[in-house]
Design a protein around this ligand. Structure first.
Ligand code: URA
Length: 239
C-alpha cells in the first residue's frame, strides 16, 4: 500500500515553509526521558517490506508480554488498529474493560465519543491509526503508573518507527506526557503544537474526561480545528 505521509525531507520543507520549525524544534527544559531527542521518524519499511509486515513482526515479539503487572489481569493485549499508512496516529491512555474484552482500542463509551470527535473534522477511525501508551488494561480503569508506561514504551516507539506518522494526537495527560516528556497538565500542554522528536503532536483532553466534564467540549473542538489545519498544512489526507 502506498504511503500517504510525505518523506522526512518533504515534511521538513513543509514545516519550514510554514515557519513551524521553531515550534517543532523547541525542546522544553522539563522534557523527560521518554521524549525522543534523536531522529524521530524511524526507518519505516525496508525494500520488500510493508508497515503491516513490521507491525505483524512487532506483535510476534510482544508475544504474551509479562513486562509489568498489567499482564496478570489482562484478557487481551490491545495493540491498536486502523490504517497504519494514513500518517495520522492517535494515542490514548490504556484499554478499558470493553477494549480488554474485544482486543480493540477505543470501542467503549469514550471510543464512541472519539468517533464523533473525529467525524467533526471529517476523520474516520478507519482512516487513522489508534493505539494507547499501555497495551494492557489497568484494572479499575486507573491511570497507568510511570513504571507500567515505561515497560510498554518500546512498543509505542516501534509502532511510530514503523508507521512514521506525520502527525500524532495525544489524548489525555498520560499520552501527552509520555510523548512530549513534559510533566505538565493538559491545560499547559494543549494550545501549541508539541512534538515527539520532529513529529508534531496535537495534545487534547481524553474523551473520557469530556464525558465527565462537558465544559471541555470547547477546548477539544479548538484542538481539533488546530489538528485539521495542521493536516492540511502537512498535506496529510483525511479520506
Ligand atoms: N481509553 C483509552 O485511553 N484507550 C482505550 O482504548 C479506551 C479507553
Amino acid at each position: 500500500m502506498g504511503r500517504a505521509s510525505p518523506g522526512a525531507g518533504s515534511l521538513w520543507r513543509v514545516i519550514e515553509s510554514f515557519g513551524l520549525e521553531r515550534v517543532y524544534l523547541r525542546r522544553p527544559a522539563d522534557a523527560g526521558p521518554t521524549a525522543s531527542a534523536g531522529e524521530p521518524r524511524g526507518p519505516g519499511p525496508g525494500p520488500g517490506e510493508s508497515v503491516e509486515m513490521l507491525l505483524a513482526a512487532l506483535r510476534e515479539r510482544v508475544g504474551d508480554c509479562k513486562s509489568c503487572g498489567l499482564s496478570e489481569s489482562r484478557t487481551r493485549i490491545v495493540m491498536g488498529e486502523g490504517n497504519p499508512d494514513a500518517g495520522i496516529m492517535l494515542v490514548g491512555e490504556g484499554p478499558g474493560r470493553t477494549e480488554d474484552e474485544t482486543g480493540r482500542p477505543f470501542v467503549g463509551k469514550a471510543g464512541q465519543l472519539l468517533d464523533r470527535i473525529l467525524a467533526s473534522i471529517e476523520l474516520d477511525r478507519d482512516k487513522v491509526f489508534i493505539t494507547n501508551v499501555v497495551k494492557c488494561r489497568p484494572t479499575g480503569n486507573r491511570t497507568p503508573s510511570d513504571s507500567e508506561i515505561a515497560a510498554c514504551f518500546w512498543i509505542l516507539e516501534e509502532q511510530i518507527s514503523a508507521m512514521r506518522p506525520g502527525l500524532i494526537c495525544a489524548l489525555g495527560a498520560p499520552a501527552a506526557r509520555t510523548l512530549t516528556g513534559l510533566r505538565r497538565g493538559i491545560g499547559q500542554m494543549r494550545g501549541e503544537i508539541q512534538r515527539f522528536g520532529r513529529i508534531p503532536v496535537v495534545v487534547t483532553y481524553h474523551p473520557a474526561a469530556l464525558l465527565r466534564s462537558p465544559a471541555l467540549k470547547r477546548p477539544v473542538w479548538e484542538d481539533m480545528k488546530r489538528m485539521r489545519d495542521l493536516l492540511v498544512e502537512l498535506g496529510l489526507p483525511r479520506c
